[in-house]
Design a protein around this ligand. Structure first.
Ligand code: UN1
Length: 496
C-alpha cells in the first residue's frame, strides 16, 4: 500500500499548502510505488523557516552537553533501527543492503561523534600582550541552517550536516532530494523521538528548482550546506554570495585510481571494482578513471574486465546482488549519452555499454558495468562527471604522467594510488590535487571522524566530517577582559 507522507513543519506533520504531491518509486522496480510526498513551494518554506527561528531561540540556549545527550539518543535509536532503515533505503534508492547498512552506520558514527563534541566545542584562551587582561575566543551558534542533500547517501550525507548543525545549537530546515524523501521522514522521526525540539528541525519536501531555491534565498536562512552537482552548486553560490550567506558546497568529482607497475594487482583489483561499481558508480568519490602504468596496463585491464563482467546486477534487496540500478531514467540516459560520447571520441569499449538483457531487470533503471580502454587524457569521457557505472582507463608511462593526468581535471575530491614503493606513495600524497588521497585503497570509503571535501570545483574550501565541520556551523567570537582598572591601549601601552 503506498502511503501519503508529509512534511514536518512548525511542530506538526503537514501537507504542502498547495496540496500538490510527487511520487517516490523503487528504482529497481518502478511498478513499486513507495508513497507520495508534498511538493512544497515558497509558502511551505516560509512556514518552516519562521518556525525554525523560534526553534533556534530555544535550542541555541540549551547547554551544548545537553544537546550532545540528545545526539547520543539519536545514535542509539539509529542503532535500534539500522536494519529497518537500511531496507527502506535500498527499496527507495537501489544500492545493495550491505551498502545501505554502511550508510546507516555512517550516520550512527556521526551521531556519536556529535554527542561527544557537546563536551568539547573548544574555544581558546591565549595570553594577552597586556597585564591583567585575558584574551579568548569561543564558538556561538549561527542561526537557521538550510540543508540540501542528494540521493546517493540518503542518511549519511544529511547527518554529516544536520548533526553538527544541531550540536552547535543551530536550527535546521532540510530539503532532501526528491528521490529519497522516505529516508528523510525516517530520520526526522528519530530526531523528534530523541528529543530535538520540534521547532529546531523542519523537513520540507519538494523539487530543487522550487523548494530548494526558495530556501537558499529566504532571508531567515543564515547558512546553507549543499551536496550535489557542480552546476547547481554554482547557482547556490551566486545567491549566497549576493546575500552574504555562509555556504558549504560539496560537489562533483572525477576521481582516479593510479596503479603503478610495482602494485599488488590482486589488491588493486578488489579496490577498483568496489570504487568504480559500488553504489552503481553514484558516489561523488566513485573511481571513474583508472590510470595504469604501461607495464601492468594490458594484464590489469583484462583482470578488471573479467571480474567486472561477473558482477551480479539486480535489486539491492536480493542478497546475491552486487550492483543495483541507477536512481532514475534521466540518470541512465546520461550514462548512455556518455557511452555514445566515448565511442565517438575513439575510446574502445572493453565491457558493457548496454542495458542488461532479459525481462527480469526490465522494470528498473539498470545498466551494465562499463569499461572504456584507450581513453585519451583531455577527452570528455575522461574529464566530465558521469555518476554511473562507467570506468575510463588511461595508459601512462610513469608516476609523473599519472599525477599530471589525475590533476588535469576541474574537480579534486579523492584519488588513490596502488604501489609498494613508499617514496612514490609519498610523492603522490604530496602532489595529487585532491582533498582526499588513499594509498593502497580505493577512492571511496571516507570515515565519519575525518575531514571530507575536495579542492578546485569540487568544493568551496569547507570540510565536512570530524572536527572540521564544526568550524562551519559555529561563529567564532573573540572576547577581551581587562581587569587592570585602567585604559590599556593594545600595541601602544605594551612593555617593549
Ligand atoms: C558522497 O558520495 O557524496 O567516502 C559521499 C565515501 C562515503 C561518502 C561519499 N563515505 O565514499
Amino acid at each position: 500500500m503506498p502511503t501519503t507522507f508529509q512534511n514536518f513543519t512548525a511542530g506538526a506533520w503537514s501537507d504542502a499548502a498547495s496540496n500538490e504531491r510527487f511520487e517516490d518509486r523503487n528504482p529497481a522496480d518502478t511498478k513499486d510505488l513507495i508513497g507520495t510526498f508534498p511538493k512544497s513551494d515558497a509558502a511551505d518554506v516560509d512556514r518552516a523557516v519562521r518556525a525554525a527561528q523560534k526553534g533556534f531561540a530555544v535550542w541555541s540556549t540549551t547547554p551544548a552537553p545537553i544537546r550532545g545527550q540528545v545526539l547520543q539518543r539519536v545514535g542509539e535509536l539509529l542503532v535500534d533501527r539500522k536494519e529497518a532503515i537500511a531496507s527502506a533505503m535500498t527499496r527507495e534508492m537501489g544500492k545493495v543492503l550491505v551498502e545501505t547498512r554502511g550508510d546507516v552506520q555512517e550516520a550512527i558514527d556521526t551521531a556519536f561523534y556529535a554527542a561527544t563534541e557537546g563536551r568539547r566545542l573548544f574555544g581558546r584562551v591565549v595570553p594577552s600582550e597586556l597585564r591583567s587582561k585575558w584574551a579568548m575566543a569561543f564558538r556561538r551558534p549561527i542561526g537557521v541552517a538550510g540543508i540540501i542533500t542528494p540521493f546517493n547517501f540518503p542518511l549519511a550525507v544529511p547527518t554529516w550536516k544536520i548533526f553538527p548543525a544541531l550540536l552547535s545549537g543551530n536550527a535546521v530546515v532540510w530539503k532532501p532530494s526528491e528521490d529519497v524523501p522516505h529516508t528523510a521522514n525516517l530520520l526526522v522521526e528519530v530526531l523528534l523521538e530523541a528529543g530535538v525540539p520540534p521547532e529546531a528541525i523542519q523537513l520540507v519536501h519538494g523539487m530543487g528548482e522550487t523548494a530548494g531555491k526558495v530556501l537558499v534565498e529566504h532571508p531567515g536562512i543564515a547558512l546553507v550546506s549543499f551536496t550535489g552537482s557542480t552546476a547547481t552548486g554554482s547557482k547556490i553560490g551566486e545567491t549566497c554570495g549576493r546575500l552574504h550567506k555562509r555556504l558549504s558546497l560539496e560537489m562533483g568529482g572525477k576521481n582516479a585510481m593510479i596503479v603503478l607497475d610495482d602494485a599488488d594487482l590482486e589488491l588493486a583489483l578488489d579496490g577498483v571494482l568496489w570504487g568504480a561499481f559500488g553504489t552503481t558508480g553514484q558516489r561523488c568519490t566513485a573511481t571513474s578513471r583508472l590510470i595504469l602504468q604501461s607495464g601492468v596496463h594490458d594484464r590489469f585491464l583484462k583482470m578488471v574486465a573479467d571480474r567486472a563482467e561477473a558482477l551480479r546486477l539486480g535489486p539491492g534487496l536480493d542478497p546475491d546482488t552486487q550492483v543495483g540500478p541507477l536512481i532514475h531514467e534521466a540518470s541512465r540516459d546520461k550514462v548512455e549519452s556518455y557511452v555514445a560520447i566515448g565511442k565517438k571520441e575513439g575510446a574502445s569499449l572493453a565491457l558493457g555499454g548496454t542495458r542488461p538483457n532479459g525481462q527480469a531487470l526490465s522494470s528498473g533503471w539498470f545498466y551494465r558495468p562499463t569499461i572504456f580502454a584507450g581513453v585519451r587524457a583531455g577527452s570528455r569521457l575522461e574529464q566530465e562527471e558521469i555518476f554511473g557505472p562507467v570506468l575510463s582507463v588511461v595508459k601512462v608511462t610513469d608516476l609523473d604522467e599519472a599525477i599530471r593526468v589525475n590533476n588535469d581535471v576541474v574537480y579534486g575530491l579523492s584519488s588513490a594510488i596502488y604501489t609498494r614503493d613508499v617514496n612514490r606513495a609519498f610523492r603522490a600524497i604530496e602532489s595529487l590535487d585532491n582533498g582526499i588521497t588513499y594509498v593502497n585503497a580505493p577512492t571511496i570509503g571516507a570515515e565519519a571522524h575525518l575531514p571530507f571535501g575536495g579542492v578546485k570545483q569540487t568544493g568551496n574550501g569547507h570540510r565536512e566530517g570530524g572536527w572540521a565541520v564544526y568550524d562551519f556551523y559555529t561563529e567564532t567570537k573573540t572576547v577581551y577582559v581587562d581587569y587592570s582598572g585602567k585604559l590599556q591601549r593594545a600595541q601602544i601601552d605594551t612593555e617593549v
